[in-house]
Design a protein around this ligand. Structure first.
Ligand SMILES: NC(=O)c1ccc[n+]([C@@H]2O[C@H](COP(=O)([O-])OP(=O)(O)OC[C@H]3O[C@@H](n4cnc5c(N)ncnc54)[C@H](O)[C@@H]3O)[C@@H](O)[C@H]2O)c1
Ligand SMILES: [Zn+2]
Length: 358
């Protein structure tokens, strides 16, 4: 299924709508009464897609108070950009009953969601993911936030959007390398899920080449899987932690590279490291499978020029590390059989990082 609609069954629930040539005006009107809105976007996406969104909103009775464009890139997930965006919204006259439309990749979505969660103690939030990564992962599940120089996502909260709408046509302007980076999260969830989703990973090559049908199928698989995990454990008290597969070391790599390493590439290397650890700790034999899938997606199996000790110290500051006995990892016993909270000692972690850096 290359398009469709998934309800994320939290309280209150929200719809995720995916499709080609999506009728944005119709989808938005179905979910929300027209009111005053602002659009947050970035310097790449804004010029390409914000005017169409603005027109669609205005045609259905919205007043667009401002279109705020932040510089593209992870560095905008910062306190400084947060302050600038909040200031713009205040000056635009947006009130508590206003709505923020976040049109962009994971950076715009994470930052925009955090602005919406905190501006006037919370305004309406609509996520319009334009990157593959944001469509398959970051726009669903309500995690919003910012990075600090000390580490990824250290400031944040949970905040539900009223609506998530992904127009597959937006992917036509996404650079090929960004498609690959989004496929890192697709491979992650296919490995965690197993079953039909895992079988659909044979469409990775077509998806990488921009085939909208393959992309739509993998997006629907991902949204369905993530929605189910989130409905079960929205606040990550337990099973939702599996979605951090490849991210413990991945986030450490990003911080150690001063955020000059794209998230999807860090997660790709982080999954290779996790496959090594899964072999060592659980006896599974999934390294070659990981390498084949990641290569088919055009992703790197490791990262150059990052110091192992810097990765470890970034991991020490990661909020998901429990104190005392080393690190907690998500590892795979097999495809579709993740375990979370697996204790991994410092020396074991050092070896796994060593396998993917340099
Ligand atoms: N909240 C969550 O649950 C969650 C989950 C996974 C990742 N994330 C976060 O998501 C972020 C990564 O997201 P991302 O990869 O989308 O990064 P991004 O937002 O930086 O987008 C990647 C690049 O693609 C460009 N772009 C996006 N859509 C485009 C389009 N349609 N046409 C042309 N260019 C386009 C952007 O301008 C940017 O240059 C990271 O900060 C990561 O931590 C959050
Ligand atoms: Zn991720």
């Amino acid at each position: 299924m290359a398009s469709g609609r998934v309800e994320v069954l939290v309280a209150p629930p929200y719809p995720v709508v995916v499709g080609a040539r999506l009728d944005l005006a119709g989808v938005v009107s179905e979910a929300l009464e027209p009111n005053v809105g602002a659009i947050l976007t970035d310097s790449n996406v804004g010029p390409l897609h914000a005017p169409t969104l603005r027109r669609a909103l205005e045609d259905t009775g919205w007043r667009v108070a401002d279109v705020v464009e932040i510089p593209a890139g992870e560095r905008s997930k910062s306190l400084a950009t947060y302050a600038e965006v909040a200031g713009r919204l205040a000056r635009s006259g947006l009130k508590r009953d206003g709505t923020l439309f976040a049109l962009g990749g994971g950076v715009v979505g994470d930052l925009g969601g955090f602005v919406a969660a905190t501006f006037m103690r919370g305004i309406g939030f609509v996520a319009l993911p334009t990157s593959l990564l944001a469509m398959v992962d970051s726009s669903v599940g309500g995690k919003v936030g910012l990075d600090l120089p000390e580490g990824k996502n250290l400031i944040g909260s949970f905040f539900r959007p009223r609506l998530v709408a992904a127009n597959l046509d937006w992917l036509e302007t996404l650079p090929a390398r960004e498609l690959s980076r989004g496929l890192a999260e697709v491979i992650k969830m296919g490995l965690l899920s197993g079953g039909d989703y895992f079988a659909d990973l044979d469409r990775i090559g077509a998806a990488r080449a921009g085939d909208l049908d393959a992309l739509g199928t993998l997006i629907m698989d991902s949204v369905g899987f993530k929605a189910q995990v989130v409905a079960e454990d929205e606040l990550e008290r337990g099973r939702r932690a599996i979605l951090n597969y490849g991210h413990t070391i991945g986030h450490g790599l990003e911080a150690a590279a001063d955020f000059n390493l794209p998230h999807g590439e860090a997660v790709s290397a982080g999954m290779v490291a996790a496959a090594h650890l899964s072999h060592e700790k659980l006896g599974s034999d999934l390294l070659v499978l990981h390498e084949d899938l990641l290569r088919a997606a055009g992703l790197p199996l490791g990262v150059p020029d990052v110091e192992v000790e810097k990765v470890l110290s970034a991991m020490d500051r990661d909020k998901k590390r429990r104190s005392g006995d080393g690190y907690r990892f998500v590892l795979l016993e097999d495809v579709g059989k993740p375990l979370w909270g697996v204790p991994v000692g410092e020396e074991e972690a050092r070896r796994a990082i060593g396998a993917v850096v340099g």
